[in-house]
Each structure stands twice: as C-alpha cells, then as structure tokens.
Design a protein around this ligand. Sequence first.
Ligand SMILES: *[C@@H]1O[C@H](CO)[C@@H](O)[C@H](O)[C@H]1NC(C)=O
Ligand SMILES: CC(=O)N[C@H]1CO[C@H](CO)[C@@H](O)[C@@H]1O
Length: 395
Amino acid sequence: MNTPIRYVIIALVLIITLHSILTITHDEYSRVTSLSNLISQSNNGSSSSATIDIHTEPPISISSPDVAKEELSHKTSKAMANATFVILAHNDDLDGTIQSMREMEDRFNRKHGYPWVLLNEVPFTPEFIKRISIITTAPIEFGIIPYDHWYQPNWVDEAKAKAKASRDKMKADGIIYRGGYRNMCRFNSGVLQFFYRHKLLQKYWYYWRVKPNVHFHCEIDFDPFLFMEREKKTYGFTITMYEFEATIKTLWSAVKEFVTQHPQYVAPNNALGFLTEDGGDTYNLCHFWSNFEIADMDFWHAEAYATFFNYLDLRGGFYYERWGDAPVHSIAVALFTPRDQLHFFNDIGYEHPPYTHCPRGDNIWSKGRCACDLKKSFDYDGYSCMTKWDRLMNN
Ligand SMILES: *[C@@H]1O[C@H](CO)[C@@H](O)[C@H](O)[C@H]1NC(C)=O
Ligand SMILES: CC(=O)N[C@H]1CO[C@H](CO)[C@@H](O)[C@@H]1O
C-alpha cells in the first residue's frame, strides 16, 4: 500500500469516527432538548427555578428536583384534561377576580397551566384585561355573553308586571341569609343560565367555575379535571345548602310536570333522595352551591338538560320568580345522572364568604397545608345539606 492511499484510509476512518461521535452527541443533545421542552411546556414557564438554563443543562441539574420530577411524571402520564376555568365578572370585580385567580394559580394551576375564560355582560376594560393578563402565564380569553343569550325574551308578560312585582316583593321580603344581605341579582340570571353555551367554552369538555372574591384554602395535589374524566363524573361540588323558597315557589311543580312528560330522562340510581324528604312530592330546597362547579359541559348541552331548560324557560320562572342556576343545575344533575356521577370534592378547601368548606380529616387538612379553620367548616352547619348528601350516599 503506498503512502497516499494509507493517508486517505486514515482520513476516512477519522471522519467516520468523528461523525459517529457527533451523531451520538447530537442525539444526546436533542434528547435533552426535547426533554427540556417537555418540562418547560408542561410547566409553561411559570416556575423560573425549573426553566432557567433549560437549554444548556440536562434536567438533572435543575435546581428544584421535586418540581422537575413532578412535571416529568405529569408528562409521561396524561398531562392535561380538556378543560378550562370560567369566571363571570364585571369590570368592578377586578380586585376580587385577581385574588381568586391568584389563589387558584398558587394552589393548583401553576403546576398545570389550564386556560382561563373570563366572561362579562359588557366588554372588559383595557385596564381589566391588562391587570388580569399579567398574573398568570396560563392562556386567558376574555368574552362577552351575547345580548340575545341572556336578555329577557319579549314573550315574558311585562304587562302583568309579574316579573317586576315579584322581584320588588322579594327585595322587600329581604332575602337574607345569616352572613348578611346577599345581592342575588348582580348578574342577570340569564348569564348564569347560558354561560356554558358561550363559544369560548365550546372547545372544552370540563369547566371549573370560579367566582371573584373566593378562596382556595388548600394545596390541590391532584388534578380534579383528570379525576372527573377518569371516574366519569358529571358534576362536582364542595358546598351544599338550602335555597330561599321565595325565589322558586313554582319550580318543583314545573319539575314534576316535566318528569311526568319525559320520564325517559330520569336516570336509574339518581340522587332524588338528596332533593326530597317525601319521595319527590315536595322539594327540600337542597342544592349544590353553584358558584363552585366542576362539571362536564356536555351534560348541559345534551338532550335531557336542553329539553328541561327549555321547558323551565317557557314557564317564565327565571323572570317571574328568579329561579337560580344553583337549584336548576342541582335538580337536573340529581335527576338525569346516576348519583355516583356526582362528586363531593372534600379535598378542595373552598370559601365563598361567608361560607367555607374546610377538608375533613386531619390528614387531608395538614397534607393540603390548608389555611382554613376546620371548626368553621360549613359542612354540618344547620344551613348545609351535607347530611342529606351523606344519607343519599350511605344508602
Ligand atoms: C374538547 O371537548 C370539546 C367538547 O366536548 C370538543 O368539542 C373538543 O374537540 C375537545 N378537544 C380536544 C382537543 O379533544
Ligand atoms: C402547554 C401550554 O399550556 N402552552 C401554553 C403556554 O402559554 C402560552 C401563552 O403564554 C400559550 O400560547 C401556550 O399554548
């Protein structure tokens, strides 16, 4: 073999070796990079300790190993449900909205990045949008509830002035509950009845309703949305209570008529026992407090609820008596789904002043680093319907 050929062979061997090394290094690099991408995506840049230097160092050197591990296990299992938070707010609810969102982010969503949808009867002000937009890196959308979704239909008989008369009377009766006067009518009832039809919410399967000025008192170390999906739940709540009879005088008779006409919608093993003490003759006024709701949006869109809602709507009780979304939602889920699709989220510490649900069980309470006082939990307060729920579920 002459010298030039030897050099060519040596050069070739060198090039191949170098190429292999480069390939290995490159593979290693891209693996690390994509892993880093996964981390920063699942985290969505909300925790700086986990994302700093992400592209120059492998995950192992991340300064907060717990966070990294948690996020990795997240990504390897199913990371997110098809779900969103929804808040109905007015422009003057800015501070309360920030507070509620901030607590939800701190206790749960900074680890998940679920989107937020904020809805209003009028456009949000630029100031509102600006202040809300900076408090989280989760996606946020702002929307208006279209006028024809909530405006009192013109067939409502204002000539009889029924609606107004009974509304005024109700004001006079003074709808009081022990925490003081509650302005029940801040939102047009139609907004509450129709929000789930909003186009910004159509693309999600589950929603979690959050109100301005509420508190989330404990760490939420599991994903309630994924729980709903895995366990095939329809509706989740934390607080139950009695409705004011004055607001729903004829609701139960309308429900009974509906059920007689449409028995096919009533589910086997339903939760009627939560709603009545006499086998369905009268309504005991118990309902899930709907300012907190984690629910399957499809339930409201499906035939049973759509038919039920239209039936109630034509009765005019939303306008004449001010039927609330809480009893209407509660009655519907109690009757049209099996009771085991309803879920009491004991682990979620929630306060809507003046009432608090503080997770029962010392273990859950301390593990959740809860900020609420167990002694002040509303669960077995005289005004709560928790005993009716227990009775139903223990049967
Ligand atoms: C999420 O759920 C909604 C409503 O069921 C559905 O229309 C949409 O396609 C789903 N999105 C994904 C990404 O699965
Ligand atoms: C995975 C994820 O939620 N990504 C989102 C992170 O936040 C940006 C906006 O801040 C969104 O565009 C991404 O979809």
